[in-house]
Ligand binder design. Structure first.
Ligand code: NAD
Length: 501
């Protein structure tokens, strides 16, 4: 992570609450560290709070504490574990505005979306706290044999999180891991550690020591967790490239992995929609969080009959938004990209499109806000070729290609022509037609007539290089468990049973 030098403290203090401190939480205790770092506020490139970087010793202590806590926690009844989550949710709601402010400052998203992220985190905890216990499945039960399949917690979970939705991604791992009886160590992104660290610090006394811990660190810290022999499961959300590395590391000990990775989701628009209703929603689906959303509409395919009208309306909607650095009073809809790597990557798609002579329906000029933030103005590329970078790759930035289609059979080939398969959305006045088309898409989560929005009860499991296993929903809880099958034969084997017959 690169950070600017200089006296950032003073400049950043216009927004920072300097009284805040941040610690790793290990075995129920707040712990500092010899090595510290500071993340950046992408709205002004100023340094944020000092925060310890977990050492190898911290990683070992956390894993040992998690392993020691596991037997008692896994034997605690599900309903009791759920009550702990409910209490954690109450604490989270009690610090709602502090967490929202941290999210805005660390991630850069506008304050109203930071508040929504806290709300969604509370919703995720509520979902997992109210989910009924996973019941054993009876596969067979006759005179001779009863076969049951039950779900058993795995042990120590390492949760490795991305920068784009820092709190909700962490909480989406904490809830299901804990309610199913695992213990968990969370490693936030080094770009956005603050909201997660503060939340876990605030709820640490609700849980027995070692059950819920947090370690700040970078790729090296993540790798130490992934290599540790006493970690049983890795729940990772992030890029495809790192997901592959994690899977390679996990293969050494055959750890279980859940990989929630990148996507290049198609958004398909049929000609029978009401453009004035659909375009504002598609705009949100494409540009929310400045495009830094795994399930964003990343390729928008519009039927040729309405292409021009749809394009104009989409441009009008996005133009009506304010794009700027995020402050509590900014009134912006789009904020900056989260870090310099994302910013440079986003710019490269603008430059590539310019260089290749693609038309910009929006943007392309005055792309950069200023040199004091990572704000990139939104852009819509008008019908670029299918093999262009902007169509083939995931920009994770506010740049979206709009593509024309005329024939469903051709379209489905284009939609499925990708190494990813995370999600997709389909829009039509004829719901059956949209569902039928959605079923032909090779992706794990298809949304009909709404912008894509992860829901705690809607399982999300990417196909192809978008991941392995999944999160959310009952299947997401099962993913934190080993399966034990028991074949119980009914013929008596007790002493004297043969004579008794
Ligand atoms: P990233 O892969 O760069 O980093 C994610 C996390 O992995 C960070 O905490 C990082 O420190 C850690 N890490 C890096 N190298 C590691 C290693 N070798 N071993 C262990 N840990 C390591 O991802 P990012 O840039 O933070 O997030 C953006 C990506 O995440 C996008 O591609 C996006 O699509 C994806 N994403 C997917 C979902 C989903 O549900 N599928 C959700 C959100 C984001």
């Amino acid at each position: 992570m690169s950070v600017p030098n200089g006296s950032a403290q003073a400049a950043g203090s216009t927004m920072m609450d300097l009284a805040l401190t941040f610690s790793n939480i290990i075995n129920g205790e707040a712990r500092g560290g010899e090595k510290t770092t500071r993340a950046i506020n992408p709205s002004n490139k100023q340094l944020l709070w000092e925060i310890p970087v977990a050492s190898e010793n911290d990683v070992n202590d956390a894993v040992n504490a998690a392993a020691a806590a596991f037997p008692a926690w896994s034997q605690t009844p599900w309903e009791e574990r759920a009550k702990h989550l409910e209490r954690a949710r109450e604490v989270l709601l009690g610090m709602h505005d502090t967490l929202a402010s941290l999210i805005m400052q660390e991630n850069g998203k506008p304050i109203q979306f930071a508040k929504m992220e806290v709300d969604h985190s509370a919703g995720s905890l509520a979902y997992n706290a109210s989910h009924p216990p996973l019941q054993p499945r009876v596969a067979q039960d006759d005179d001779e044999l009863r076969i049951t399949v039950r779900y058993v917690p795995m042990g120590v979970v390492a949760a490795i999180c991305p920068f784009n939705y820092p709190l909700v991604q962490a909480v989406a791992k904490i809830g299901p891991a804990l309610v199913t009886g695992n213990t968990i160590i969370v490693k936030p992104s080094p770009f956005t550690p603050y909201s997660t660290m503060k939340f876990i610090e605030a709820v640490k006394d609700i849980f027995p020591p070692g059950v819920l811990q947090v370690l700040n660190g970078d790729a090296q810290t993540g790798a130490l967790l992934c290599e540790h022999p006493n970690v049983q499961h890795i729940s990772f959300t992030g890029s495809i490239a790192v997901g592959k590395k994690i899977m390679a590391t996990a293969s050494k000990t055959l750890k279980r992995v859940t990989l929630e990775l990148g996507g290049n989701d198609a958004c398909v628009i049929f000609p029978d929609i009401d453009i004035s209703v659909v375009t504002p929603q598609v705009a949100v689906g494409a540009f929310l969080n400045s495009g830094q959303f795994c399930m964003a509409c990343k390729r928008i395919y519009v039927h040729e009959d309405i292409y021009e009208e749809f394009k104009q309306k989409l441009v009008d909607v996005v133009k009506s938004w304010k794009t700027s650095p995020s402050t509590p009073d900014a009134g912006n809809t789009l904020g900056p990209l989260q870090n310099d790597v994302q910013f440079e990557k986003g710019k490269s798609y603008i430059e590539d499109s310019r260089k290749n002579g693609y038309r910009f329906a929006l943007g392309g000029e005055d792309t950069y806000y200023d040199d004091k933030s990572y704000v990139l103005q939104p852009a819509i590329i008008d019908n670029p070729p299918d093999d262009s970078r902007i169509v083939k790759e995931e920009p994770f930035a506010p740049i979206v290609p709009l593509l024309k289609w005329s024939n469903e059979d051709d379209l489905i080939v284009r939609v499925n022509d990708t190494n990813t398969g995370l999600g997709a959305s389909v829009w039509s006045g004829d719901v059956d037609r949209a569902v039928a088309f959605g079923q032909r898409i090779h992706a794990g989560n298809v949304t009909i007539n709404h912008f894509p929005a992860p829901h705690p009860n809607a399982h999300l499991a990417g196909w192809k290089e978008s991941g392995l296993s999944g999160e959310y929903g009952t299947e997401g809880l099962q993913a934190y468990c080993n399966v034990q099958t028991m074949q119980c034969f009914k013929a008596p084997v007790g002493a004297g049973s043969a004579e008794a017959e």
